[in-house]
Design a protein around this ligand. Structure first.
Ligand code: ZN
Length: 678
């Protein structure tokens, strides 16, 4: 049962906080119930839904006019705020109903031309449907139970059986002007209805108050769920630790190889393997179900119409079989495009032919995307679709949109117009692992890569600092706690990257720590420990990373944080400089050996950065010893300016973008003749 979360006092405080204007207050309550809907994955997922309110506001001449506030693109209902529901003058929209036809471009243009604030985002493509219904509040969702109902072959009869004549039934029409007109006609045939079932699409409710419309969304969805015996809520987003995932990096590479150029990024994966997902694979009709299509028209934009299906036999066939399966997917997709585009009214540009989600027997469901967010959206929809298909098929049949309707959505003119308009950030699709990720340099480097579109996995020993660092990066990144000097730590960390993102593109082997002391005084074990951290951990992480990069077959990068000490020894720094010098040689050796795999290996020599290694106390001690202030000490270089963690981060990012550079060390020390490489 979906819980009705509406609370009068909460609604009131949303109204109050919206200000003193009654129109703003109504919009405030609209925001509140929109969020209630958006926060429940059983009601709504990823843009699959929208809400609106009609109210009155004065125009520039002081005349009160009708205004529709409707969800704008780029906002999600779960976190929506008032600006996410842009206002549109309603009367000009109402006039459109007299037209026989209206192209999507004209529709979007009229909607934009009538915005109260010309800087608002585009109102939803379902705006006219909201406009043509007379009710003050209108809510629209693609709830899981409604998707089961909407895709049954006898959906109309079952809908009547559940709701009698309380719901109007709208035949499938692609979202836009045609659907808006049809929905309004269906409503007008029986103005007593509480809502609409949109066949092969979703559910609308309406009401005179926000509460009435929301109550209906929840009650109707529960009635449908009860009919199908869906007693438990959909458990979306379960990721369980799994082993034997080597298939994922190999699959990433195979997918990138079919359509992308040599240097184009691989997709990022999001693996879901909760009990509901794993149980689905015991069905005998998987292959048939995989070909039926997605449960709602907007899904195809994120998932394509069909998953890539890999059965146990395919997995046993190794990389060669994976390659075949991915190529077969691409061929099938191209044939679908050729078939459908030949019948389209206008020329269409083919999208990339790679899969956007996969069903992998024994492993789970994978969402795939240009970054972790897109992969997660595809995975959520893929999971919801498994449930809709299983329940729908057992309740009479899962018969979603046919191929032509699916094509019309996937190749919708407005989506086609967006193609090639955005330049992706330089590290989009790149998975970056950073050891010592919670430290000053590690975190600054993580932020620099994240800002440029990468998805980052931070590795660190300090769990508290790691959690905090991970939080500061945000939800599209990951963390993995371990002591990198332990046996097997590198393989486990790389496995964590595969589990979370499907593979690894760039390793920043950054963790390190200085042990001070003259060699004559230094304990042998302390010296050996320094080697474990400052040399052997670099070696094991680099080799584990290189093995995954080899599986992917698309090159990769390894970046070492070396040190000025590697070439310019400092007194009492032997236990740090010696392993760092070995690490610099390791960098050169790997450059030589990994080039044939397309893996570039580079390093950064930094000096005198405030960090866990160079603490405030240590800096003070050094400055005092030289009789200078800490500021003067920190700026003790040719440029006379302190070198900060962000400058080191910039060097890593720069090296990562230098496509034809390998075996190079960049110095970041503000200038120091003795430490120059030559
Ligand atoms: Zn919809």
């Amino acid at each position: 049962m979906i819980e009705n979360l509406y609370k009068a006092d909460e609604a009131n405080s949303w109204r109050k906080n919206a200000g003193t204007d009654p129109a703003d207050q109504e919009l405030g309550e609209r925001v509140y119930t929109s969020r209630l809907i958006g926060q429940n994955p059983d009601l709504l997922m990823h843009g699959g839904g929208n809400t609106s309110v009609k109210l009155r506001r004065p125009d520039l001449f002081g005349n009160l006019q009708r205004v529709l506030h409707v969800k704008g693109s780029g906002w999600d209902l779960d976190t929506i705020e008032a600006p996410g529901l842009p206002g549109v003058w309603l009367d000009p929209l109402m006039k459109l109903r007299n037209l026989d036809r209206l192209s999507d471009f004209d529709m979007v243009n009229v909607q934009r031309a009538n915005l109260l604030d010309s800087g608002s985002p585009n109102p939803s493509v379902e705006t006219l449907l909201h406009a043509f219904l007379p009710h003050k509040y209108v809510d629209h969702t693609h709830a899981t139970p409604f998707l089961v109902l909407a895709n049954l072959p006898n959906a109309t009869e079952i809908c009547r059986e559940i709701f009698g004549d309380r719901l109007g039934i709208v035949p499938y029409i692609m979202p836009g002007f045609g659907l808006a007109k049809k929905a309004a006609e269906v409503f007008e045939e029986n103005p007593g209805v509480e809502g609409l079932l949109l066949l092969q699409h979703g559910h609308f409710t309406f009401g005179e108050t926000a509460q009435e419309s929301y109550d209906r969304i929840v009650a109707h969805t529960n009635e449908v769920a009860a009919y199908f015996g869906m007693n438990e809520l959909t458990a979306i987003g379960v990721r369980k630790p799994a082993d034997k995932l080597e298939i994922l990096p190999a699959l990433r590479g195979a997918i990138a190889n079919i359509s992308a150029g040599r240097d184009d990024p691989m997709p990022v994966f999001d693996l879901r393997n909760g009990p509901d997902v794993m149980e689905f694979f015991s069905r005998a009709d998987i292959d048939a179900l995989s070909l039926r299509g997605m449960a709602s028209p907007d899904h195809v934009l994120r998932t394509k119409g069909c998953p890539l299906v890999l059965r146990t036999d395919d997995l046993a066939g190794g990389p060669a079989r994976l390659k075949e399966k991915v190529e077969e997917f691409a061929r099938t997709y191209r044939a679908y495009f050729d078939r459908q585009s030949a019948q389209a009214d206008e020329p269409k540009k083919i999208l990339s032919t790679d899969p956007k989600h996969a069903w992998i027997e024994g492993i789970g469901v994978i969402g795939m995307g240009a970054n972790a967010k897109a992969a997660s959206v595809a995975a959520d929809l893929a999971e919801q679709n498994l449930r809709v298909r299983a329940i729908g098929e057992d309740a009479g049949g899962f018969y979603p949109l046919g191929e032509k309707d699916q094509f019309d959505c996937e190749y919708w003119s407005l989506e086609q117009a967006k193609l090639g308009k955005n330049t992706p950030p330089p590290f989009q699709g790149k998975v970056v692992m950073i050891t010592g990720g919670a430290g000053a340099i590690g975190l600054a480097t993580a932020k620099a890569f994240a800002r440029n579109g990468a998805n980052v996995l931070l590795v660190d020993r300090d769990e508290t600092a790691l959690a905090e660092a991970g939080h500061s990066l945000g939800r599209w990144h990951g963390t993995h706690a371990c002591d990198i000097t332990e046996d097997g730590a590198a393989d486990a960390a790389i496995h964590a990257a595969i589990q979370r993102f499907g593979g690894l593109d760039i390793l920043v082997s950054n963790a390190g720590s200085a042990t001070g002391g003259a060699l004559l005084d230094l304990d042998d074990q302390a010296f050996r420990d320094a080697f474990e951290l400052n040399f052997f951990a670099h070696k094991s992480f680099a080799l584990s990373a290189a093995r995954v990069m080899e599986l992917q077959g698309r090159g990769g990068q390894i970046l070492f944080n070396i040190s000025k000490q590697a070439i310019n020894p400092g007194r009492n720094m032997g236990a740090y400089g010696t392993p760092k010098a070995a690490t610099m040689f390791l960098m050169r050796q790997l450059t030589l050996e990994l080039a044939e795999l397309g893996i570039r290996v580079n390093g950064v020599n930094a000096d005198r950065i405030r960090s866990g290694l160079l603490t405030a106390g240590f800096i003070k001690e050094r400055a005092n010893a030289r009789g200078v202030t800490t500021e003067t000490y920190m700026a003790g270089n040719l440029l006379g300016r302190e070198v900060e963690a962000v400058h080191v981060a910039d060097a890593f990012v720069a090296l990562a973008q230098m496509e034809r550079t390998t075996g190079h060390v960049v110095t970041v020390d503000g200038g120091n003749t003795e430490a120059e490489l030559r």
